[in-house]
Design a protein around this ligand. Sequence first.
Ligand code: PLP
Length: 398
Amino acid sequence: MYIEQANRLKNIPMSKIREITAKALELQQQGKRIIHFTLGEPDFDTPEYIKEACKKALDEGKTKYATLNGVLQLREAIVEKLEKENNVHYTPDEILVTNGVAQGIFLSLMSFLNNGDEVILPGPGYTSYNMVPVVAGAVMKKYSLREENNFQIDVQELEGLITEKTKILVMINPNNPIGSILTKETLNKVADLVRDKNIIVVVDEIYERLTYDGIRPVCFSSLPGMKDKTIIMNGFSKYFAMTGWRLGYLAGPKPYIEIMTRLSFLATAGNSMFLQYAAAEALRHDHSDCEKMHLEYNRRRDYLFEELNKIDRLSCLKPQGAFYIFLNIKETGMTSDEFAMYLLEEAGVATIPGTAFGDEGEGFVRISYATAYEDIVEAVGKIKVAMNELELNKELAE
Ligand code: PLP
């Protein structure tokens, strides 16, 4: 007999991403060609100069325990980046290097949420945000990002969610799964709302550099009065194609950084030293290699946006960031789960049901275009055929 899991883990929902991926693999094993629009992971390798910096750090013996809050050289590079690109001034002791933004999410929520505290989250939003508060025993409240509102925050709705018990407000900008960006106007309204409230604003800016049409999201802590209330999260996985390196960082008020560093010691006791030297080089080097990947995402986005909107009963707004299209499937009359399963079985195209990111994602599926252009073209052709069949079946049934 095995010992039962701790109560705090009992209500964590199984990820729907894993369900659909398992089904896709099963079909693949049966010999069916599957195109994966599921993973939020660059299909590119990490740029050579970053790998070289890692090898150099290894050769130089950077193989010891690193300082708990991160190698100073990396924290300095992060400070420089925040100053130069985001117009906000931090010092190295206001930075904590994390094991990916995944750990940043865990630390920023678990370090402050007590049982019964309230946390306000975007609906839809990246899956971990729907799970970590459960571990903390906190109460989750959602503000909705609606297509008819251009996926902006309805600040009145948000205001109605704030109570005495609210401890944290989360924003993801650009958003996963939507690919939308919160405008400066929206962020200013949120800043006005929280200015006199005792709330921590946690802002996930992991897709900050993956934006299109010249739009750059405003860093929330750069807004007047917000630095002291905000924990910014960012990382190396997406723009630098470094998912496997597991590196991210938090920037926030020193007392918060100290609290989160204490918790991170229990989980990981710091991050790999040589990887951190390479990450510092990633930030300081010119970004031409990363910009090539960025341009390619742009090309795929433009193609998908044009082609998917030509298909009857499917539509999407033009995403401004990340590498996701949030496809509106409401006119098919199917649920997100049904539609994702239909596309997988009929077209061999694996997408993620919008509900994997919270109930507010009903009526949508997420398409990741971190996938080769040729595969995207093939998938679009297959989606068109599957949608035609759907129309025919509907006509026959009528
Ligand atoms: N935050 C968001 C919004 C994400 O989409 C992801 C990954 O998909 C993460 C955090 C986790 O990233 P990391 O690889 O840095 O842990």
